[in-house]
Write a protein that binds this ligand. Structure first.
Ligand SMILES: [Zn+2]
Length: 500
C-alpha cells in the first residue's frame, strides 16, 4: 500500500461523480503524474459516521482492514479479470488516507454532491482509498484533440432461459429486468418517466439495434449514460452528443482548427443543428462511433454471456440453496473471501469453453450452458453437497457484480491519421507510474475507422465491487416485487424485449 504525501491536500481534489457504493474525486493538483488519476472512496450510511476515526486515526492498518483492502482491490483485478479479461478491468492502487485528511476531504466535497445521493456519505472509517486511472481521458494528451468519454451502465443484457424458472415468473423469458424495473421505479417515484432504453438491444451485437439502444440512452439517460469532455462531465442531449466530436479543444493548434472547420457542415443561418443529424455532410456522430466500438470490442458480448451463464439457476433457486444452508447451519453464511470468489470463478471457467461461448449463437450458448450445470430442476437440490450450494450462490453473486458495472469508452480523433501514418485495427499501449514501487497503470488503445474518419479508443469496465451473501434475501424480494408489479400493471401484452 502506498503513502503518497503529494496527494494529501484537500484542494488537490475535485468532486467527479458517485454511485451508491463509491464516490470518485478527480485530481486537480500541480503534480503532472497524477493528472490522469482519480481517488475512489467508499460510501457508508450516515449512521456509520459515528465509527469515524476508530480505524482512521493513524497510518497503521489493522489486520481486518488489511483483509478488506485486499478483498476490494484484488476482487476486480483477479476475480473479474479472470472472467472478463484483465485488459478490460480497472486497475486500483491502494493508498493510505492520513488522519484528518479524509474528514476534511469529505466536508469539502459535500456542496458538490447531488441531493439524491446524500443519504449516504463518505465512509469516514476507511483508512485506505483507491487511486485509479482517470478513464475519461487518455494517459498521453494529444494536442488539439479533446478526449470524449461515455460511461454506460448497461445493466442486465439477457432474457433468462433458465429451466429453473418458476412458472408464475415466465414473463422473465420475454421482458428484461431493466424494462420491468422501470415500472416499479415510476411507482416509487425514483423516475418520473419510463426509459426508452432496453439492454437487450444494446447487447444484441446487431448494428441497428445497438445504435437504437444508444439513441434511446441519449433521449432518456437516467443514470445509465454520462458524457465527459476532457474529464469534465457534460449534460447528455442529442445536441451535445452530436456536437462534442466537432468541438474544438481549448488547446487546439491552428492546423487542427483548420481541419475541424473543414468537417463542419455548411450551416444555413437559423437552422436547427439537429436537422443535420441524418445528413451525410454532418460529421460523424458520437453514437455512431460508439456503435462500431461496442460491436468490434468483445467486452459487451462477454459481459452479457457471463451475466447469463453465472445466473443459470435464477434468483429463486439461489435463494432456495441459501435457505437450505441457513437452516442447516442456523447461522448467517460468512461472506466469501477473494480466494473463495477466485475458486468459484476458476471452477466456472473449467466447465465453460470461453472461446465457444463467444463464438456460439445465442441458442447454442444457452444449450451448452444448461448442460454444463450437471443437474436439472427435477433433481432434489437439497441433496447437493454444501460446497456446491455455496458455489452456485457465489456464481450468482459474480453475476450480480457484472449486472451492476459500468463501461467507459474513451474516444479521440486520431491526430496521426491526418498524416496517413495509421490504419484501423491497430493497438498501442501507454503506461503511467504514479509512485516508485507502486504498480504502473496501463491503457490499451485501439484504432477504428468510422465513416472514413479514424478514431482512437479505449474501453474499460469499472465499478466492479463484490456483492454480499447476505443480500440474497434482498435480491429475491426485489425480483418478486418487480415482476409482481409489472404483471399487475402492464401484464403480458407488450412485445418481448429484443423482438423487432
Ligand atoms: Zn428490455
Amino acid at each position: 500500500m502506498a503513502t503518497i504525501l503529494e496527494l494529501y491536500r484537500v484542494d488537490y481534489w475535485k468532486y467527479r461523480a458517485e454511485g451508491n457504493a463509491n464516490i470518485v474525486l478527480q485530481y486537480i493538483g500541480p503534480h503532472s503524474r497524477f493528472r490522469n488519476t482519480v481517488l475512489r472512496l467508499r460510501k457508508a450510511d450516515r449512521l456509520d459516521d459515528s465509527k469515524a476515526g476508530l480505524e482512521g486515526t493513524n497510518f497503521g492498518v489493522d489486520t481486518i482492514t488489511m483483509k478488506n483492502l485486499t478483498k476490494e482491490s484484488h476482487f476486480a483485478t483477479e476475480v473479474i479479470g479472470l472472467l472478463l479479461g484483465q485488459q478490460f478491468v480497472e486497475q486500483l492502487i491502494a493508498v493510505a488516507l492520513p488522519p484528518g485528511f479524509l474528514s476534511s476531504l469529505a466536508l469539502a466535497m459535500e456542496p458538490s454532491r447531488p441531493e439524491s445521493r446524500r443519504q449516504k456519505g463518505v465512509d469516514l472509517a476507511q483508512s485506505v482509498g483507491f487511486l485509479a486511472l482517470d478513464h475519461t481521458r487518455f494517459i498521453k494528451p494529444s494536442p488539439g484533440q479533446s478526449d470524449i468519454a461515455v460511461e454506460i451502465k448497461p445493466k442486465w443484457g439477457f432474457l433468462t432461459k433458465s429451466a429453473f424458472l418458476r412458472n408464475d415468473q415466465d414473463i422473465k423469458r420475454r421482458k428484461c429486468r431493466f424494462c420491468m424495473y422501470q415500472h416499479q421505479k415510476i411507482k416509487t417515484g425514483q423516475e418520473g418517466s419510463l426509459s426508452k432504453y432496453c439492454p437487450i438491444d444494446l447487447f444484441s451485437g446487431t448494428e441497428l439495434m445497438v445504435q437504437d439502444a444508444l439513441d434511446s440512452l441519449v433521449d432518456t439517460p437516467q443514470n445509465n449514460l454520462r458524457l465527459f469532455m476532457d474529464g469534465i462531465q457534460h449534460p447528455v442531449s442529442r445536441e451535445s452528443m452530436t456536437q462534442c466530436l466537432s468541438e474544438i479543444s481549448t488547446s487546439t493548434s491552428s492546423q487542427t482548427q483548420e481541419q475541424q472547420q473543414k468537417r463542419k457542415p455548411q450551416c444555413i443561418e437559423g437552422d436547427d443543428p439537429l436537422d443535420y443529424e441524418e445528413n451525410d455532410s454532418w460529421p460523424v456522430r458520437l453514437t455512431e462511433v460508439l456503435t462500431q466500438i461496442l460491436i468490434e470490442s468483445p467486452l459487451l458480448k462477454r459481459l452479457g454471456r457471463l451475466q447469463q451463464a453465472l445466473d443459470s439457476l435464477d434468483v429463486e433457486t439461489v435463494h432456495r440453496l441459501y435457505t437450505y444452508l441457513i437452516e442447516h447451519d442456523s447461522a448467517p453464511l460468512p461472506e466469501p473471501s477473494v480466494e473463495e470468489f477466485l475458486k468459484t470463478a476458476e471452477a466456472f471457467m473449467d466447465r465453460t469453453d470461453m472461446d465457444a461461448m463467444m463464438a456460439e449463437d445465442q441458442e447454442a450458448f444457452e444449450t451448452h450452458n444448461a448442460a454444463g450445470l450437471g443437474f436439472e430442476p427435477e433433481d432434489d437440490l437439497e441433496d447437493l453437497p454444501e460446497s456446491l450450494k455455496l458455489h452456485f450462490i457465489r456464481e450468482f453473486l459474480l453475476s450480480a457484480t457484472l449486472k451492476d458495472c459500468s463501461i467507459l469508452v474513451t474516444i479521440q480523433r486520431d491526430a496521426s491519421a491526418a498524416v496517413g501514418v495509421t490504419t484501423a485495427n491497430t493497438t498501442s499501449s501507454s503506461k503511467l507510474e504514479v509512485d516508485a514501487g507502486s504498480p504502473e497503470f496501463h491503457e490499451a488503445c485501439h484504432r477504428i475507422k468510422v465513416k472514413e474518419e479514424m478514431f482512437v479508443y479505449k474501453i474499460t469496465c469499472i465499478d466492479l465491487d463484490p456483492k454480499k451473501m447476505t443480500s440474497v434475501p434482498m435480491y429475491v424480494k426485489k425480483d418478486r416485487t418487480i415482476v409482481g408489479h409489472y404483471l399487475a400493471t402492464v401484464g403480458d401484452r407488450e412485445a418481448a424485449c429484443g423482438a423487432n
